[in-house]
Design a protein around this ligand. Structure first.
Ligand code: ZN
Length: 208
């Protein structure tokens, strides 16, 4: 049993997240979902993530287990570790900027991880996803209209960047295409990070 003070702290944090307009969740220090707000569920419903990504399915499961692609999962694991290492009276949140693209809109999304501390001890981690900027997708990427089959490599796999959702051209591995039709009707793909997203959003030069 946790002391009552911890319970009160978490209850206050959960009330704050519930009032958040952006999708937000609370994880314990092991990375297990404790709470997911309404905006999170609304986002999942609007983006075809129901029922697997609804709070009712997530609570009690591991945040990292829902992240596909080894490279992408490792990146998120390191975000969690960095958030948990934050100490001091005013620990700085960890902020990761990524993309959330649809067939029509390109959004820059910020993911903010913040450790809930009490008496210097980490109790939990809050994660809030907020939209930084939205632009018509055609202004950000050259749109390509090719069938999904054109992106299957010799092993029959399609590699998709989990950040911008562009797909790798197996004939030209440096080339990643944004195919609106494949965003509208996602196909089974292996998740990775394209060079641009690795550099822009997840690069080694990133500091917090
Ligand atoms: Zn990308």
């Amino acid at each position: 049993m946790r002391p009552a003070g911890h319970h009160n702290t978490l209850a206050t944090v959960i009330r704050g997240l519930a009032a958040e307009k952006s999708p937000a969740c609370l994880l314990d220090t092991q990375g297990t979902f404790l709470f997911v707000n309404e905006a999170w569920d609304r986002h999942a419903l609007a983006n075809g993530g129901a029922p697997a990504c609804l709070g009712s399915s997530l609570i009690g499961t591991s945040w990292l287990d829902h992240i596909h692609g080894e490279e992408v999962r490792q990146l998120h694991a390191s975000l969690l570790e960095r958030a948990l290492r934050a100490r001091g009276p005013h620990p700085r949140p960890i902020i990761q900027v990524g993309e959330s693209n649809t067939p029509t809109m390109a959004a820059l999304l910020s993911t903010r991880l913040e450790t809930v501390l009490q008496g210097g001890e980490a109790l939990a981690i809050t994660i809030v996803h907020s939209t930084v900027r939205e632009r018509p997708i055609a202004e950000v990427y050259d749109l390509v209209d090719r069938p999904p089959e054109a992106y299957r490599d010799a092993r029959g796999e399609i590699v998709e960047c989990s950040c911008c959702r562009r797909v790798r051209d197996p004939a030209e591995p440096d080339r990643w295409d944004l195919v609106p039709a494949m965003l509208a009707e996602p196909v089974r793909a292996t998740h990775s990070l394209c060079e641009l997203c690795s550099e822009l959003h997840c690069g080694a030069g990133e500091h917090t």
